[in-house]
Design a protein around this ligand. Structure first.
Ligand code: ZN
Length: 471
């Protein structure tokens, strides 16, 4: 499905089969190492014990050392900006390129999302468990399998190509991706020279299926903020004044309803969509993936994947109001909600934010007071697919999977990618990954398909060998 402007040379068949053998022989160790990492509950959120993230960083450093390719593997932090506070520990290792050879930066993250309600897990979240083809556990896929895809590929490459590997390699395993990569910018600044690379592999995304790989080439951006709606100076008895003055909930509900039209498509002037071709994904598959209830219709217009990859979306993700149990007969003076909007590739997050603000201020019903605070922005991202690195990766994945990769978008954002591009504008970015549509990252019963992991490791080993062989 790719028309590359860059024809690439075939990899020497002997090297290819020796790499396949090394990956195969090393695979039990790869799964064992992944399981050990899953046992460490490295949740990077403020409310969780940072000691586990530290332990996990040390364990990852040990795995990177075990590749035998690096003289020094460091565990480092970068400042968060306020009074000496530091971000969560990342792992950094560099190996210089031989003259004339490219350098590749391999990125993954070792922190994980909180497990969520334990009773929704079939087996304990931090007790790695194999059922069928899958390894279950929090972080088993996102993104500890990403870490192992780098480590196992490097082991295989070292074994087959030996010590005179010419391609330069930097490994950067972040420790707070799931908590907004807060010190990422500072880390990039502190280690700019160590991180500089010709090719950046971000192993933190999805595959098309368990048998067809994907390279993610477009990501939506995000705009999130707190929206506060006020209508009264104080609460009043709803029996006394209800029907004569608007309570804040009434105003907020009407304002929120104005964000979508009757099809459930975004109805905010100034939010743009991207024109692009999208692979087919039927409504049945959408229904199954989302768990859409009987009789509930999908929302939006156009091809399913255009809705999630190339059009904006707006979701209310939280609301501050009295709970049902504590509800009294009162007109609420004030309601706050959290709005999470996705920005289509091609629009700057800042411009999307301005459009949302214009809409919310101009649609305030009954003259309600509307305030927007706690704004967080992440720009969308489109990969330049014309470079030689994507041609090499496409060839490597086609060999590693026995199927050509699909160039996909994802509806979520990986905000740090925009920061990477800004810091290293010359680098070619390859967003790969170990997930598949059944991974359930961030949800209970997250799992890694082991066949996918095997193919991802082999593809990356083949890519490294290809980069090493580049004239
Ligand atoms: Zn991730």
């Amino acid at each position: 499905m790719t028309d590359s402007a860059h024809p690439v040379a075939p990899l020497d068949p002997a090297t290819r089969s020796r790499l396949a053998e090394a990956v195969q022989d090393g695979f039990p160790r790869t799964v064992a190492d992944l399981s050990s990492l899953v046992r460490i509950p490295s949740v990077s959120w403020d409310a969780f014990d940072p000691a586990h993230v530290r332990t996990s960083a040390e364990a990852v450093a040990e795995l990177v050392r075990s590749t035998g390719l690096f003289d020094e593997v460091r565990v480092s932090t970068a400042p968060l900006g306020d009074e000496g506070a530091q971000g969560q520990p990342a792992v950094l290792a560099t190996r210089a390129a031989a003259p004339g050879k490219p350098t590749v930066l391999l990125y993954a993250h070792h922190d994980v999302q909180p497990p969520g309600p334990e009773d929704r897990w079939s087996t304990a979240p931090f007790e790695p468990t194999v059922r069928g083809d899958r390894l279950y556990g929090r972080g088993a896929s996102d993104d500890k399998a990403g870490v192992l895809s780098h480590v196992a590929a490097l082991r295989a490459v070292h074994e087959v190509l030996g010590d005179d590997l010419g391609v330069g390699v930097t490994v950067f395993v972040e420790g707070e991706e799931e908590f907004g990569s807060r010190s990422f910018g500072a880390f990039l600044e502190q280690h700019h020279d160590d991180l500089a690379a010709d090719v950046i592999v971000v192993a933190d995304s999805d595959n098309w299926s368990t048998t067809v790989p994907a390279i993610t080439v477009s990501l939506r951006g995000n705009v999130t903020f707190r929206l506060t709606v006020r209508t009264l100076e104080h609460a009043s008895h709803s029996g006394m004044l209800g029907g004569a003055v608007p309570d804040a909930m009434m105003a907020a509900v009407r304002l929120l309803a104005s964000l979508h039209d009757d099809d459930g498509a975004v109805a905010v002037e100034g939010l743009t969509s991207r024109e692009a071709e999208h692979p087919e994904r039927g409504e049945d598959q959408l229904r199954a993936e989302a768990g859409l209830l009987d009789g509930v219709r999908p929302v939006g217009r156009g091809p399913v994947l255009s809705r999630t990859w190339s059009q904006p979306s707006i979701t209310v993700t939280g609301i501050d109001a009295p709970s049902v149990a504590e509800a009294s007969n009162t007109l609420l003076p004030e309601v706050s909600v959290r709005i999470s909007a996705r920005v289509a590739p091609g629009q700057r997050a800042e411009d999307a934010h301005a459009a949302l603000e214009r809409h919310l201020l101009s649609h305030a019903p009954f003259g309600a007071h509307v305030e927007i605070t706690d704004v967080d922005l992440g720009d969308p991202f489109l990969v330049d697919t014309s470079g030689w690195a994507i041609a090499e990766a496409t060839a490597a994945m086609t060999e590693g999977w026995g199927a050509e990769p699909v160039q996909t978008g994802i509806g979520g954002s990986i905000p740090f990618i925009a920061e990477l591009v800004e810091a290293f504008p010359e680098a070619q970015i390859l967003v790969t990954g170990v997930e598949d549509p059944e991974t359930m990252a961030h949800s209970p019963n997250e799992s890694q398909h082991l066949g996918v992991l095997h193919r991802a490791v082999l593809s990356e080993a083949l890519l490294l060998a290809r980069l090493d062989a580049r004239p």
